[in-house]
Design a protein around this ligand. Structure first.
Ligand code: KIV
Length: 264
């Protein structure tokens, strides 16, 4: 695989080529993902749940994300590597710049932040200081205590309009990618069409430019529970390499996620 940059993903969006992406947390899986040509890997704060066994992502620290980012980068030089900024590590633009620098030094190409219009200054300042940003809207797991659980977002009219407004504002502030999590398929389709930056969905239907899965869900080995929007690709293929390949092929063909993995 040739080294993937944000320009690769933008070109795919323009050409209507759908792409799969995954989380990764260590060098061995990162290398396997590179061999299977996974274009983007996310060192997600989901590691709090799938590696540490916590019931939310809130306990994860910047040092832990930096450690896993270094591990993933050691095993994979080609995929675009995004690192999550964990809970309360970007409460102010100044703090965000300090903490993002640790993740970039660990090997990330981009950082991901959860939240809407309140992040505009932060996204601008990070981008101006050479830190590319991936925004994350919809079900933002760091806000689980505000939402009162892991609930689908954007089902009512006002909430949907706010997510559209947030997405446009974040793009206009400099965000280069957007993750949309657990929103109705029609809303994700509308946002994907409205933005020129690539939109990567999880539990957001099959109309987004890309998809992301937590790798443990892809292999059906998550310690806590298997979300409705995930699929165990290992069960039908019998090997991790084939499971990754099947996921990539199904996303490219638009057959994953199917209706049963999506929300209305
Ligand atoms: O932390 C994570 O793995 C994520 C993905 C689910 C998008 O944010």
């Amino acid at each position: 695989m040739k080294k993937v940059s944000i320009h690769t993903l933008i070109k795919w969006k323009q050409e209507g080529i759908k792409f799969a992406t995954s989380t990764a947390y260590d060098a061995s899986f990162a290398q396997l993902f590179e061999q299977q040509q996974m274009p983007l890997l996310l060192v997600g704060d989901s590691l709090g749940m799938v590696l540490q066994g916590e019931d939310s992502t809130l306990p994860v620290t910047v040092d832990e994300i930096a450690y896993h980012t270094r591990c993933v980068r050691a095993g994979n030089k080609q995929s675009l590597l995004v690192a999550d900024m964990p809970f309360m590590s970007y409460a102010t633009p100044e703090q965000a710049c300090q903490e993002a620098a640790k993740l970039m030094r660990a090997g990330a190409n981009m950082v991901k932040l959860e939240g809407g219009e309140w992040l505009i200054d932060t996204v601008k300042q990070l981008t101006e200081r050479s830190v590319p940003v991936c925004a994350h809207l919809g079900l933002t797991p760091q806000s689980v205590n505000i939402f009162g659980g892991f609930r689908i977002q954007g089902r009512d009219h006002d909430q949907a309009e706010q997510i559209v407004k947030d997405a446009l504002s974040l793009q206009n502030s400099g965000a280069q990618l957007l993750v949309l999590e657990c929103v109705p398929t029609a809303l994700a389709e509308r946002i994907t069409a409205a933005l020129h930056i690539p939109v990567i969905g999880i539990g957001a239907g099959n109309k987004t430019d890309g998809q992301i899965l937590v790798m443990h869900d892809m292999f059906g080995i998550s310690a806590n529970y298997m979300p409705k929007f995930s699929k165990n690709f290992l069960a039908e293929t019998g090997s991790m390499a084939l499971a990754i390949d099947k996921y990539i092929q199904d996303v490219a063909a638009g057959t994953f996620p199917a209706q049963e993995h999506s929300f209305e």
